[in-house]
Design a protein around this ligand. Structure first.
Ligand SMILES: *Cc1c(COP(=O)(O)O)cnc(C)c1O
Length: 390
């Protein structure tokens, strides 16, 4: 490695986007891209036209974007209040900051809290991988605990965080104290919302620990902690336009938090972090949110159908989902050691037959796609399982 590059980067591997992004070549036959939880639907034509008009008439290409995101923050604040049934004045734009995807906000949070040996972060695996990846690129230690798998316990959530391990991690004098706890609500890849026990634990954390609640899938789950935010100065909620709002191409995410944290995050971000066209796209999406979010019930019905069908397969353990993806595992066999190989085989078979899914956390995470894609998912998964059983 070049000698001027930080030595700890040698151990890091970059986040892997769609397979086409790795080789640099476009995928030859178009695949069903069910590995990144995007919406299967592009913007409706009328919205694209609106945006095209904005581009032609309003955006000055020679000018920097609005670095304060003023209009967008007003629209986001209004949506946030509406989404949690709060009064229209509850959250003002002073409680919001906008990022180039929530990924940027995650990095800003890490810089604002842990950088320079100030602290470490806590995650519960399996979970969204970017928290740990971004922390490592900044030299911030990651403490990982697991999730209990009480599959047989009646009524319990099989993927609840191992809370005693989490509490021990917070109390133990690590070489660096835990400064931030990252949770996803509902979690990716396990698709469960925060449980009452998890929420109680998060509420019990001391105020020198920042709690990040990533609600990337809020529009699908309709469960939010935003209503509690004004009482909890050490909580921040992240949301994104990349999923239900169908704007993954534009990279827009936002954070809702105490105004002092917002000021700190704004100090850290690049001055013109969000291109004018992305700001325009997010604004149009918010203005037309009825139209965009109307497709969600259909998608959720398809999810129910996918889960119902796959749960009948004797080899699969399929979990309930509160998001636009499902998570499944292979049922344990006597040869436990082989189950990882079997999973990889099925993952590869799916890819070879044209369906990209994500292998993570000892299972497969599959995005709910169009009805055609979902039919192909069922057929291809069943074929891969049949081929594997020989
Ligand atoms: C998809 C996703 C995001 C979105 O990231 P962007 O950078 O806004 O595209 C954030 N958090 C989780 C848990 C996700 O799954």
């Amino acid at each position: 490695m070049l000698s001027f590059i930080r030595s700890d980067l040698a151990q890091l591997t970059a986040y892997q986007p769609h397979p086409s992004g790795v080789t640099g070549k476009p995928v030859e036959s178009p695949s069903d891209r069910l590995d990144t939880n995007e919406s299967p639907f592009d913007l409706p034509g009328e919205l694209k036209q609106k945006l095209a008009w904005t581009y032609q008439h309003l955006i000055e290409n020679n000018r920097y974007p609005d670095g304060g995101h003023a209009a967008l923050k007003v629209a986001i604040a209004e949506y946030v209040n509406e989404s949690a049934n709060l009064s229209p004045s509850c959250f003002s734009p002073a409680r919001i900051t906008v990022g180039n995807g929530s990924d940027e906000l995650i990095r800003s949070i890490l810089i604002a809290t842990c950088l320079g040996g100030e602290g470490s972060i806590l995650v519960a695996n399996p979970t969204f991988s970017m928290y740990a990846i971004l922390a490592q690129t900044l030299g911030i230690p990651v403490v990982a605990v697991g999730r209990e798998r009480t599959d047989n316990a009646s009524g319990g959530c099989p993927y609840e965080i191992d809370l005693s391990a989490a509490q021990a991690a917070v109390e133990q004098p690590q070489h660096l104290p835990i400064r931030v706890v990252f949770v996803v609500h509902p979690n990716s890849p396990t698709s469960n919302p925060l449980t009452p026990r998890e929420l109680a634990w998060l509420r019990s954390l001391p105020e020198q620990i920042l709690v990040v609640i990533d609600e990337a899938y809020f529009e699908f789950s309709q469960t939010t902690v935003v209503g509690e935010l004004s009482q909890r100065h050490n909580w921040v909620v992240l949301r994104t336009f990349s999923k239900a709002f169908r704007l993954a191409a534009h990279r827009v995410g936002y954070a809702i938090a105490h105004p002092e944290l917002i000021v700190a995050l704004d100090k850290i971000r690049l001055p013109y972090n969000l291109p004018s066209f992305s700001q325009a796209a997010a604004l149009v999406a918010l203005q037309q949110r009825r139209l965009l979010l109307d497709s969600i019930p259909q998608l959720l019905a398809q999810r129910t159908e996918l889960i119902r069908t796959l749960a009948q397969h004797p080899a699969l353990q399929v979990y309930e989902s509160a998001a636009n993806f499902i998570f499944l595992r292979l049922k344990e066999t006597n040869a436990q050691q082989e189950s990882g190989d079997r999973l990889s085989y099925i993952h590869q078979q799916l890819k070879a037959s044209g369906t990209l899914v994500r292998q993570i956390g000892g299972g497969l995470r599959i995005t709910v796609g169009t009805s055609e894609e979902n039919v192909r998912t069922l057929n291809r998964l069943q074929a891969a399982l049949a081929a594997n059983s020989h």
